[in-house]
Structures are given as structure tokens and as C-alpha cells.
Design a protein around this ligand. Sequence first.
Ligand code: 6R9
Length: 646
Amino acid sequence: MAELYPVSPEWEKRAFVDAADYEKTYERSIKDPDGFWGEIGKRLDWIRPFTKVKNTSFAPGKVSIKWYEDGTLNVSANCVDRHLIKRSNQIAIIFEPDDPKARARKITYRELHEEVGRFANVLKAQGVKKGDRVTIYMPMVPEAAYAMLACTRIGAVHSVVFGGFSPDSIAGRIEDCKSEFVITADEGVRGGRKIPLKANIDAALEKCAGVKSVIVVRHVGADVPMKSGRDHWYDEASKGVPTECKPEEMSAEDPLFILYTSGSTGKPKGVLHTTGGYLVYASYTHQLAFDYHDGDIYWCTADVGWVTGHSYVLYGPLANGATTLMFEGVPNYPTTSRFWEVVDKHQVNIFYTAPTAIRALMGAGDEPVKQTSRASLKLLATVGEPINPEAWEWYWRVVGDSRCPVIDTWWQTETGGHMIMPLPGAIPQKPGSATKPFFGVKPELVDAEGKTIEGAGAGNLVITDSWPGQMRTVYGDHARFMETYFSTYPNKYFTGDGCRRDEDGYYWITGRVDDVLNVSGHRLGTAEVESALVSHPKVSEAAVVGYPHNIKGQGIYAYVTLMAGETGDDALRKELVQWVRKEIGPIASPDMIQFAPGLPKTRSGKIMRRILRKIAEDDFSNLGDTSTLADPTVVTDLVDNRQNRQ
Ligand code: 6R9
């Protein structure tokens, strides 16, 4: 039996939602989605109020998702302008730089309004128009937030590419959405190390045509080459530019942003979110999951290059008039106390991070935590991957001094916001379980045949009806959207995750059941890593699987077959790791490379990953039926020559 961490009496009192409210509201949200979400939709400022709420279908071949479709609004007006009356002098963004000795910056809502307006006018002057796609490749600095909000102000669709992606990955994303505008910075800096952002953009643009303008924010003052006519320093382009910019009136279903994410095929998908439903959902979940009250200081450590950075660094918090902290650095620089020092320095009340960071810090022991106060903390939360109970317990006991609820939030790029999580005043926590569905969310477990599993049991996690934050399509490819998410189980959204439900109705996510890896909370398709490997001239074939990794959650194990005449040695191993870093980015570096003369294949030529996974996991006892393999002896060879754990 998993241990139960009950809701404390103070939390029951202070929280927006207690246990009784949860039951009542959940039931209502499921029975009457139109009535429920119609009321919740009013939390935003609409230019033309909506009269329709939900218009969605998961029907085969006809998937269509629309929320608040006749309403109009502007996202930046909701995240900035509407707070000016009450909070113009309140801090909107606290910026904590990588170097703890450098000055932190605090941006009030009034200043944010000016910065966003100015940035929007600069974009307009560059020719950016409503509906245009703008690629943003930025470090974690306030200018990234200004740039994103500026896009929403003029109705441009941003596509933020994480600063750790390589020029090839950037080029693929620019081409896929035919983006003609790029916003970047000279360089980034994380953990004292420089990230050559502008140089990466230059390299990317050699591979793809069509980009007319690159705006470069001066961040570290690096001397980077500027291509005349194409590249513009932001500080020069913004000189004398007015700060007033009228927000564009957008329809609720106008595209807001594209965010590329890995699936089980080689090419990342452009997940498209739209304006109204997304913002309603991001702001509502931000308020309830973290029980955000006026005046709370809130810190989510995610990078804006991921969906967590979109929904819970920027849009959710700012729509709620919150103070949100942006951190440029990493958890272990200059020391493993850094997170907790930042908590003390800025008196952070709500702290949201990834299990991989918790596990890494746990490995450094209690002392770096204990030497800080953390008295300001009220609530702790996690996202990105299942949290193992040991890490959960350490987070609760050592970081939170056994007084802060730990909110494990399960959701996806596709869902726009939290789907399963314990509301802090309502739901007792169990370490390792994301617990119960949020309002309006109908999870279901299904077996391989698509049969619904009732009560306690395990299966694949699907969601049977729409919610406002749901992605609307794969950019430019609605057929792929329907195929990926709605074809496995007709009339249901398939999450790609396996899940168990216990006798209390709690959900326990067990991880991906498709060929998607989760490395340090980052999604990566095995096919992406494989195609990077086979593009190396010495590689003939590659198969990639995940294996359990103490810190990263999952590590990347690559089986590589070389071209005839090539020999696999440590030098080539290093070369291949470098190659993958260059092709995709550092997050995709294989942890283990095993050279294999052959891969286990069925007679029809399909690689049997099940076997490769077992070998990577050191589980040789149960390799299953190998008799259907074209050549069963390859398995013996793979077992004999498996890579030793370093
Ligand atoms: C927000 C985000 C989504 C995948 C998802 C699942 C895993 C995320 C989790 C979790 C267990 C949690 N995941 N949160 N697994 N418990 N609390 O991470 O989006 O990058 O799209 O990844 O991450 O496997 O399907 P994204």
C-alpha cells in the first residue's frame, strides 16, 4: 500500500478547492461541460464575448475541436494590459541570471506593457503580420517573454525552439512552418557555459531559405557577425519606437503558437494551440493546481522552449496577474544549493520543477539544501516524467520540511495544461501518483483491443472527451493529427502513456508505450536518434531504446551496425555521440552505444525492440519468444557483447 499524505487542515482552509468542492465540481464539469466551461471562460477579458462554448468531435476522420469559437480576444491584453488597473507597480517577472553575482531584474506590469508594445512595433516594422510564423530561439531571459507576448499582440504565431537544439533541428522547424522571421540573442549562458545562439541560427539559415529577417537581442555582448539586410540588433531597431501598440482582435480559434514535439516517427510534429481555449485552460489550471493567490511568488524552472515554459512560466501565471520567476541557470551552478538560494533570495512561495532535477540534487545529499532557509515555500510541484517515490519523499521531507504539499502534474505538449494532479486542498497525495483528473478531464484505461478497463487495473491511457486546452491539429497536417492521436482507439484521444489505476481511483502513469523516450523529462523519438545515427557515413543501421537511468529517468541505448569494413571502437563511439549532438542537440546524446553485427529482426524485416529493450535493461532472463526472428543467433551475440554500464 502506498503511503497517503493527507491534506492538512490549513490547506483545506486556504485552498480554492477542498475535497467536497472537488467532487461536486468534477461531477458538474463532466455532466455539463458547456455550462461549466462557459462560466470558467469568463475569467478572461473578451473583446466580443463568446456565445458558444464547446463544439468538438473525436469521430473517426472528422476530428474537430473548437472552443468559444465566436468569441474574440487578445492574449497579450489578457496577460498584461488588463492588470494595469490594479497591479501596474506589481512585479510581473523576476529575472534571476545564470551568474549569482550578476544583478537580478524585476519587471513590473507597467514595464512589461511597454516592453511588449515596443517589441510588437519592432516586429511590425520588420513586416510581421497577423498569421505569420515567427521562430524564437532564445535564452531564458525576459526578452524571450517580451518576444512571445509581442507575437500574440499582433496575431503572429510563435514557434519557440529550445536553445539546446542544433542548427539542423532549427532548420527543420523553420521549414516545416515556413517561418520568415527569427528572433534570437547573440549568445546564451547556462552553468557558466556559453551557448552560441546566433551562430546556430546562421548555420541553420544556410540550410533553409526564406527567412527575411533575424532580430538579435544583445544579451552577453558577444561579437557576432551580422548579415546586412537580414540581421538587426534589437536595441538598434527599437530605438525611438513607441511603446503603444493596439492589441489585435483575434478569434478564439485563431492559431496562437506552434511547438514541435517528438512522436514515434522521425519528424517532430508541430503541435498547434489556439487562442481562447488554451489561455482559459492554462490560467485556470495554474490558479488551482498551485493554489495561486495574489501576492504569491511563483517559480517554474522550465525553459520557455518547452510547453511547461509556455503554459506555466508565461501564459498561465501572467493571465492570472502573478509574479513569475525566470531563471537562466541550472540547478548545480555554481553549487547544488543554487535552487534553494534563489528561493530564499526572492522569497519564492510556489516551486515547480522536474523529477530529474530532484534526483540529481538528492544525489548531492541533504546538506546543500539544509544550509538554506526555504521558509517562504508553501507548495512544491513536479512535471515531465513519473517521479519515483524515493525522490518524492526527499522533495517533501528535505526540501519542503514536511509541510508543503507535493503536486505531481501529468500532462503533455498536446494537452496545453495539467490533466491529472492532486489539487492541494482537496486530494491526499500518494508519492509517485499524479492522483485524480482535473475538472472536465475524462481519463479512461483501455486494453490492447481497446476494451475499457473498469475499476483497478492497468492499460493505455486515453481521454474520452475534449477540454479547452487540447491541441487543435498538427500544423499543416490534420490527417497526421487524426492518425497519431485518434486512430488507435476510435473516438478517444490516445495519450501514448501506459497507466495503472488503483482501488482509490488514483492514476499512476507508467511511461510511454510508443517509441518515445523521456530523457530528463524531455521527449525524444527513438526514430529521430536512429535517423541521426544512420546519416553518419560509417553507420549502416541503428536501433535506439531507452533503459532505466538513475538521474535522467531514461537513458539512450543505441545499437549500431557499421558499414562493411568499419570497426567499432571507443573513438568511433565518441564520434557518434558528437554526431548526434550536432544533428539534434545535446539532449539526444546516446549514453550507451553497442556495435552489433546484426539486429534482431522478424522475417518481415521489423526490428524487435522488445528484445533490445530487455538487453539494455540487463534483463536476460525473459527475452520472450525469439523463434520468429530471421536469425536467432544475433540475440546471443547482442547479449555477449552488451555495453558495460559506465
Ligand atoms: C508537460 C510535458 C509529455 C510526456 C507524457 C508522459 C510524461 C509528463 C508526467 C509524465 C508521469 C508526470 N509525463 N508529466 N509522466 N508523471 N507527472 O512534460 O510535456 O514534453 O509533451 O511530455 O511526459 O509520458 O506523455 P511533454
